[in-house]
Write a new protein. Structure first.
Length: 150
């Protein structure tokens, strides 16, 4: 069974960084030094665990105008297509909604846009390449519908 929670220990944060490095740097080829970044100091971090193994992570932080942005969503490759990303996304959105009613948005890699649409986000931009990446993204906004905590 998948459990999702906000990070509360240094060990969980290190596990989250290991997942991000494995997915974004090793698997997808983002440049070394891309992970971690300065936003980690102010973001709220989350993990998903399956049978006591940390297998996914995400973070959320405030942006200009008071909106909240979900970023660095990553699921280790052997654990994909098991609905872990869905559970983690639902958990993060529910946590944000509980804290305040601000707009929730994210930049999704274009290949993942359909995943985010299934959990309540809609595309709000043309394809772009944020932060100098070579990976195409689209901005997406949560439609404001109810989300059950996973």
């Amino acid at each position: 069974m998948t459990s999702c929670e906000a990070i509360s220990t240094l060990e969980q944060f290190v596990d989250a960084l290991r997942i991000r490095v494995a997915v974004f740097i090793q698997e997808q080829g983002f440049p070394p030094g891309w992970e971690p970044d300065e936003i980690d100091k102010v973001a709220k971090h989350y993990v998903a665990r399956l049978e006591n193994v940390t297998v996914a992570t995400a973070r959320a932080h405030s942006t200009e105008g008071g909106s909240l942005k979900i970023e660095r969503m990553a699921v280790l490759k052997p654990y994909r297509n098991m609905h872990i990303g869905t559970h983690l996304t639902q958990h993060v959105v529910a946590d944000i909604q509980q804290a305040n009613g601000h707009k929730i948005w994210l930049n999704a890699q274009t290949h993942a846009a359909s995943f985010y649409e299934r959990v309540g986000f809609r595309v709000i931009s043309e394809q772009h390449y944020p932060c100098g990446t070579r990976v195409p993204h689209v901005a997406m906004e949560y439609d404001g519908g109810p989300v059950g905590r996973a």
